[in-house]
Design a protein around this ligand. Structure first.
Ligand code: NI
Length: 169
């Protein structure tokens, strides 16, 4: 297994639209395992392949307290969502130390495949529903800060660029 570098906002590669996974092979399983390790190491609850500069429809998640319920999600499609939506505070491994409120559907049903090619439908609510919608946005090239006002977003971009310059010194 290997730790993968996570793209940091506003890296333009975060805006790439991912293509569907076409092969459920050893390469996919290695990538998913590396992404899980990277996610656990970074303390996140979800990571999309886009964030590690692989532009395929692959997500890993673990929303359990014990961090022992890894989930690999391939080619997710929302097949149903609730009428109701809700504002929740979100963060992202690609935008460290930034948290803000984003509106998401309260619950979604998502048709997914696992890394072995088995299909199922996840009925997601609460944190699971928020996380899966956040990660699916990444696959469309969308970072959560794009839901915020242009003013807030500019402030975040400046903060991220400044943090990077200070890191480099
Ligand atoms: Ni994210």
């Amino acid at each position: 297994m290997a730790l993968l570098p996570i793209l940091q906002y506003p890296d333009p590669r975060l805006h790439t639209v991912a293509r569907p996974v076409s092969a459920f092979d050893a390469r996919l399983r290695t990538l998913a395992a590396d992404m899980l390790q990277t996610m656990y190491e970074s303390g996140g609850i979800g990571l999309a392949a886009t964030q590690v500069d692989v532009h395929e429809r692959l997500i890993v998640m673990d929303i359990s307290e014990e961090r022992n319920q890894p989930l690999v999600i391939v080619n997710p499609e929302i097949v149903w969502h609730s009428e109701a939506s809700k504002l929740n505070e979100e963060g992202c491994l690609s935008v460290p130390a930034v948290y803000d409120r984003v509106e998401r559907f309260e619950s979604v049903h998502v048709r997914v495949w696992d890394e072995h090619g088995a299909q199922r439908t996840i009925e997601a609510q609460d944190v699971m529903a928020i996380c899966i919608q956040h990660e699916m946005d990444h696959l469309l090239g969308k970072v959560f800060v794009e839901y915020l006002s242009p003013l807030k977003r500019d402030r975040i971009k400046k903060k991220m660029r400044k943090a990077r310059r200070e890191d480099a010194h």
